[in-house]
Write a protein that binds this ligand. Structure first.
Ligand SMILES: *Cc1c(COP(=O)(O)O)cnc(C)c1O
Length: 478
């Protein structure tokens, strides 16, 4: 496909800009460039076609099945977009007077109440812009708590090896030492290892629940008790709240602090890199450390910003990604008290349905009832046929399916992690299962076909590491 610079023809499409109708400003000569920028010159229709062709090469939930584990690529209802597009929410300025944006403050306030109810926490900050950012913020609360009690030796965060990769990364970013505890044979936290790991230097535990194996830890109450008794706090990675919302609350499981990913569970399209929102909730005793500003409701019904007493400060400019909060409020209120648990129930049912269709043919890493996702291990297949998880993932692309998450979690070899979500129909799940089984058959009969996959995509196997480490973002003119 040609780039805009290659489609460019001198003089074409340049007349689109109207003549300047404001006084010209004279910049200092040394601030001015010597040669005009080499912008592509192209007609409107060719520009339109260029971007439409690019858009056709992407794959989103609106194109087809997208079982990317740990990412909750569910369909986001249109009404949430419509609400977030209302003028009253979009045509405002962050520095506007509070009195002129009362409705927006009410959105933040109401969403906080609802998230408190869903997570079992007492207060929420909407500052963090993503899940990992929420983790970092929550850990800063934990640090502020220990510091406020002059308990300065607590420098270690315990992270089970089935945690999401962002957990140890956030703990390290927040200045803690990470202590990893292994999983037991059932895929849960090894309690003896946890007991051995806690001590006077334990700042807290970060737990992803359900974990990255798609399993809910049945020892959850014992786990949080062990940490509390050692003087640490419990942090809940609630990015995967889609599996439990409306049914079980981190606050009731002994957690002091939690983040949720509004852009996964509460209806904001993601995958293109944002904007997201990773609000952090906490119990009352941590509330005074939350980032500022927060919103309160005065007795006269007016909404005001305020700064918590011992706030850790700001972790982002202004009020977080506000329009993501609007979508979340719409989503939660449309589904309501019955719809929220129904959504999580269907998410879990769909994952188990798909897992059962593949079981016996594919090896499931932990052969038990799963939550919102499950993990396959293709280790044996690779030994027998030479076909790897990567080969299978690439081959799925030819069938118009986005591949599952690959090679994650790290504790499973040749892993494929599938999360179908609640918004897929039984027909789609049946179709997906059939594609998986067909690809497995191919792996056994024509492995070469899989090594060369995908065959029908514009790009086959790009150098992903090279693309990430040495991205070419500028056009090299001859
Ligand atoms: C997605 C995810 C995160 C990170 O969220 P981002 O918004 O991508 O930073 C953290 N933990 C879990 C369990 C996740 O699934």
């Amino acid at each position: 496909m040609k780039l805009l610079f290659e489609l460019s023809r001198p003089g074409r499409g340049q007349e689109l800009l109207p003549a300047c109708d404001v006084p010209e400003f004279a910049f200092d000569a040394d601030l001015l460039r010597q040669t005009p920028p080499r912008l592509p010159e192209i007609s409107e229709v060719d520009l339109e076609r260029h971007y439409t062709q690019l858009a056709k090469r992407t794959h989103g939930v609106n194109d087809g099945f997208y079982p990317l584990g740990s990412c909750t690529m569910k369909y986001n209802p249109h009404i949430d977009e419509e609400m977030a597009a209302l003028d009253g929410f979009t045509r405002i300025h962050p520095l506007q007077d509070e009195a002129s944006v009362q409705g927006c403050l009410e959105v933040i306030y109401c969403t906080e109440q609802l998230l408190n109810e869903i997570t079992g926490m007492d207060a929420v900050s909407f500052q963090p812009a993503a899940g990992a950012h929420g983790e970092y913020t929550g850990l800063m609360l934990i640090r502020a708590y220990h510091q406020s009690r002059n308990d300065l030796k607590r420098c270690k965060i315990i992270v089970p090896d089935s945690a999401h990769g962002t957990n140890p990364a956030s703990a390290a970013m927040a200045g803690f030492t990470v202590v990893s505890v292994p999983s037991n044979a059932e895929g849960g936290v090894d309690l003896d290892a946890l007991r051995a790991a806690v001590g006077e230097d334990t700042a807290g535990l970060m737990l992803t629940n359900p974990n990255t194996l798609g399993l809910f830890d049945p020892n959850i109450l014992e786990i949080t008790r062990i940490v509390h008794e050692a003087g640490g706090l419990n942090y809940y990675d609630g990015a995967n709240l889609n599996a439990v919302m409306g049914r079980a609350r981190p606050g009731d499981m002994g957690f002091d602090c939690v983040h949720v990913n509004l852009h996964k569970t509460f209806s904001t399209p993601h995958g293109g890199g944002g904007p997201g929102s990773g609000p952090v909730g906490c119990k009352a005793f941590l509330e005074k450390f939350l980032p500022e500003p927060r919103v309160k409701r005065e007795e006269d019904g007016a909404y005001r910003f305020f700064s918590p007493e011992n706030s850790i400060g700001k972790v982002r400019s202004f009020y977080g990604n506000f329009l993501v909060v609007v979508r979340a409020l719409t989503y939660i209120t449309v589904l309501g008290k019955e719809g929220i648990p129904e959504a999580s129930g269907t998410a879990v049912l769909n994952a188990n349905y798909l897992m059962h269709k593949l079981q016996g043919q594919y090896d499931v890493a932990y052969d038990t009832t799963c939550m919102h996702e499950f993990v396959l291990t293709l280790e044996k297949l690779k030994q027998q046929t030479g076909v790897s998880a990567l080969d299978v993932a690439k081959r799925l692309l030819d069938f118009g399916m986005h591949p599952p998450t690959m090679y994650f979690p790290l504790i499973v070899h040749e892993a494929l992690m599938l999360e179908p979500t609640e918004t897929e129909s039984r027909e789609t799940l049946d179709w997906a299962a059939q594609v998986f089984l067909d690809v497995l058959e191919e792996a056994k009969t024509q492995p070469e076909k899989l090594h060369g996959a995908p065959h029908d995509c514009p790009i086959s196997r790009p150098d992903e590491v090279g693309a990430a480490r040495n991205p070419v973002l500028r056009y090299a003119f001859e």
